[in-house]
Design a protein around this ligand. Structure first.
Ligand SMILES: Nc1nc2c(c(=O)[nH]1)N[C@H]1C(S)=C(S)[C@@H](COP(=O)(O)O)O[C@H]1N2
Ligand SMILES: [Mo]
Length: 167
């Protein structure tokens, strides 16, 4: 009986580890995000690569917020940036984000800890096509905190996100 409980505990432990801090899977689909720089979990010579299935496997969060870009409030869904950083064992203080249109912006790692920043792959429950700023859109919960409704944070919200480099 004891042994059975022990095995159960080990199984649960391994399952949780797999969900939150296990070795990084290898993408089987199209790579949508590459994280490089100061990270200690990786799966390719270019850094930690993610396909959409890997991003969807992380714990999902959502918030509904107005943005400067759209007239209506939109519900954004995806993993918290801080969970994505944890998945690659990120270090450093600044995240250099680059988008498909080559837009670049620097996000303090501290922002990911302080605010529930979401790496959205869905808007109003639907995958985000590239032409409407997808497939990945990194953003702050603007409506949850009036402090965030400023150019500083809008500029730190890249749509069409393709890579993060930890510095
Ligand atoms: N990929 C990408 N993300 C981006 C930008 C961009 O040009 N490309 N512009 C940034 C800037 S400077 C701001 S203020 C906000 C809002 O940009 P907009 O006013 O051009 O809509 O989005 C940010 N995210
Ligand atoms: Mo801007």
């Amino acid at each position: 009986m004891r042994k059975r409980y022990f095995l159960l505990a080990v199984t649960i432990g391994l399952t949780l580890q797999g969900a939150f801090a296990g070795p990084l899977a290898t993408p089987t689909g199209k790579v949508v995000l590459t994280i490089s720089g100061k990270i200690s979990e990786s799966n390719s010579p270019k850094g930690a690569q993610f396909d959409m299935a890997m991003i969807e496997k992380l714990p999902q969060h959502n918030f509904t917020t107005l943005t400067p870009w759209l007239k209506q409030p939109v519900k954004f869904t995806g993993p918290l940036l801080r969970d994505v950083l944890a998945a690659v064992k990120a270090q450093g203080t600044v995240i250099k984000a680059v988008a498909l249109d080559d837009y670049q912006t620097n996000i303090p790692v501290e922002d990911a800890m302080k605010f529930d920043m979401v790496m959205a792959h869905k808007m109003n429950g639907q995958p985000i096509p590239v032409k409407t700023k997808g497939p990945l859109y990194l953003l702050y919960p603007f409506d949850a905190n009036p402090e965030l409704r400023s150019a500083v944070y809008y500029e730190r919200s890249p749509w069409q996100l393709k890579s993060l480099t930890l510095e």
